[in-house]
Design a protein around this ligand. Sequence first.
Ligand SMILES: [Zn+2]
Length: 465
Amino acid sequence: MAIKIYNTLTRKKEDFIPLEEGKVKMYVCGPTVYNYIHIGNARPPIVFDTVRRYLEYRGYDVNFVSNFTDVDDKLIKAAAELGTDVPTVAERFIDAFYEDVSALGCKRADLHPRVTENMDIIIEFIETLIEKGFAYESNGDVYYRTRRFDEYGKLSHQSVDDLKIGARIQAGEKKEDALDFTLWKAAKEGEIYWDSPWGEGRPGWHIECSAMARKYLGDTIDIHAGGQDLTFPHHENEIAQSEALTGKTFARYWMHNGYINIDNEKMSKSLGNFVLVHDILKSVDPQVLRFFMLAVHYRNPINFTDELLRNAGSGLERLKTSYQNLKHRLEVSANLTTNDDEWLDKISDLKNDFIKEMDDDFNTADGISILFELVKQANYYLMEENTSENVIVSFMNTFEELFSVLGLQLETLDLLDEEIDNLIQERLEARKNRNFQRADQIRDQLKEMNIILEDTPQGTRWKRG
Ligand SMILES: [Zn+2]
């Protein structure tokens, strides 16, 4: 049975058949790194990390790429406000992003490319679009000729004429048509810039994803994902750019996660109800936040309230307690008992039910209900007078397996001080040898265990978070 994915492009659940058997090329739009992420921004990393984990669980080799937008108007503004430069702001909030999402149990992407490290391919991409007549230069800016792309609007299911009504030309823009969008933006006095055939400037937001997805994953990718708010215009524009350039399908499955509301209200700056992940994790277990988000189907909206978050906390606790109860019983269980087969079948049926739910467009919400059914059965089993190791281990393995698909941990791993010191030493060595991947891995590993590292001129200090 194939996994089914709801494809925004066709508005249908479709059988997932990757381009190349057993392999998945997946691109998720990453953050613009000018600030700490709020809980709305944390949903795509959690959702698509879970999608990736599940695809891997089902035997796919997933190549997962997620970008950082490390230059744009917001970064320029933030740098001015903080009295520093754009690269410093980017570095700071890339670190903060890694810290937040790794606490939330998200694995690093195979690659996190940055705009500023890919300027050559972005410029090349724009040049080709100009050559093909899909783009034009105007006053040092470059725009995409939207009407030239016949299928424009196919992702968000809008016609160009509908879109025309809402389109405006901003002051200072010299576009042929209000629908045209920016590919390259001329730098204003004092702004960070790169040299280009059209003068000093920087790329527009949409073009970076088209260029980096193509460079790192090829002309056609399997899954392109992001928050629902990116469907239009960002992803629509990505399609227009990429398909105009290659003449091929850009992404075969488009996945979008739903919004998060706070106490039934939309999160917005003006309402002052922004909840930063960085702040909330000071008082909430990151695993609870992850569990809370996965308890709702990824396409549905989430209503974030303290009460619902508390409920998620007690739900997760119930699952973990069940696992601990099984573990304690293990020591006093016999090797085998007469009704083992019956129970082993029951457990394996539940695991298959979980897989069935996840196969159906990654239905973590109903998958989690199956986990609670597993708790119920485990409780029944533990009421039996004679229990067998066989069955207990099968229960425990199933818990472990399904928890790891969801990126959740059953036990908080406690490290001894000495083990922490050893890991810190290893990280130091890795950095000395410029093995930054290993160094980051150790940092993430410690972070997951709530150990916070602080690099000082006197060496690395650590504390339990
Ligand atoms: Zn993007």
